[in-house]
Design a protein around this ligand. Structure first.
Ligand code: SAM
Length: 251
């Protein structure tokens, strides 16, 4: 499978409008692009949403994968400033016109899109990566994602994102559908997972509920047990969110 974005990834950059060379600094890689393409081919979204465009590599993958009849919305507050419109120019150069970009911060644009009644079938999150930020993003994404829709997170192995992956794993209306690319998962995180599995095995006679009371949940259910141990992690929304007002599960 070859996608137009892969030409830029193979050359590790692109020619700018003034003819000078620009080297990619901040994009998904080919394996992650193929994963997004697979998620889209399998789930056939009509409307997609993306947080974080930068040089436009993931946006190109999504625009090509959803096809010319798809409708892709991108949020990036720094596209024309920090990124000098590289993402938008790359999308246009590749012939995509199935996208709209809003130069707004996701934390303000998402509640606006939600209150306008927008719904999406596929969302890719790759913006600001603190825990509180991605939690706020997911709060609104959950409101806008259609049942059957998919949300995927880049850099899911970062500590802040990892906490959110664990939190979403508990939702009764989401199921993990894949987590790829362990080359960005730090040695420390891999080692932690091995240690957790060992401690978990030692305490196995207690059973899950007692173990959860005695040990931290991150030990009882390792990332590998939850299948969230890759760098891009995707969940499918399986039902409407009917959690009660005081719902909480340890994560
Ligand atoms: C890692 S880059 C995105 C790379 C891109 N997804 C790709 O793979 O080609 C992160 C992007 O998030 C954007 N960003 C930072 N803060 C943001 C915010 N509050 N809302 C939306 N996007 C934000 C940055 O401008 C940057 O373009």
């Amino acid at each position: 499978m070859t996608l137009k974005a892969f030409e830029l990834l193979e050359k590790k950059g692109f020619e700018k409008a003034d003819g000078s060379w620009y080297e990619l600094t901040s994009s998904i890689d080919k394996e992650e692009g193929l994963f997004l393409n697979k998620l889209i081919s399998e789930n056939k979204p009509n409307r997609s949403l993306e947080i974080g465009c930068a040089e436009g590599i993931s946006s190109m993958v999504i625009c090509e994968s959803i096809g010319p009849d798809g409708d892709h919305t991108i949020l990036d507050p720094f596209q024309s400033t920090e990124w000098q419109n590289h993402g938008v120019n790359n999308l246009k150069k590749a012939g995509f016109n199935n996208f709209t970009i809003f130069e707004e911060r996701s934390e303000f644009a998402l509640p606006r899109l939600a209150s306008e009644g927008n719904k999406y079938d596929f969302v890719f999150v790759d913006g600001w990566h603190t825990f509180d930020h991605v939690l706020v993003e997911f709060f609104y994404i959950n409101k806008m994602l259609n049942v059957g829709g998919v949300v995927a997170f880049d850099d899911a192995a970062l500590t802040g994102l990892n906490r959110l992956m664990r939190f979403i794993s508990n939702y009764p209306n989401y199921e993990i559908i894949g987590s790829v690319s362990d080359k960005y998962v730090s040695g420390q995180r891999k080692m932690l997972n091995v240690m957790k599995r060992t401690v978990n095995a030692l305490f196995s006679p207690l059973g899950t509920r007692l173990k959860q009371e005695l040990l931290n949940d991150t030990v009882v259910r390792s990332d590998s047990a939850l299948k969230i141990d890759g760098n891009v992690t995707a969940f499918k929304k399986t039902a409407e969110d009917d959690r009660g007002w005081a719902w909480y599960k340890p994560f």
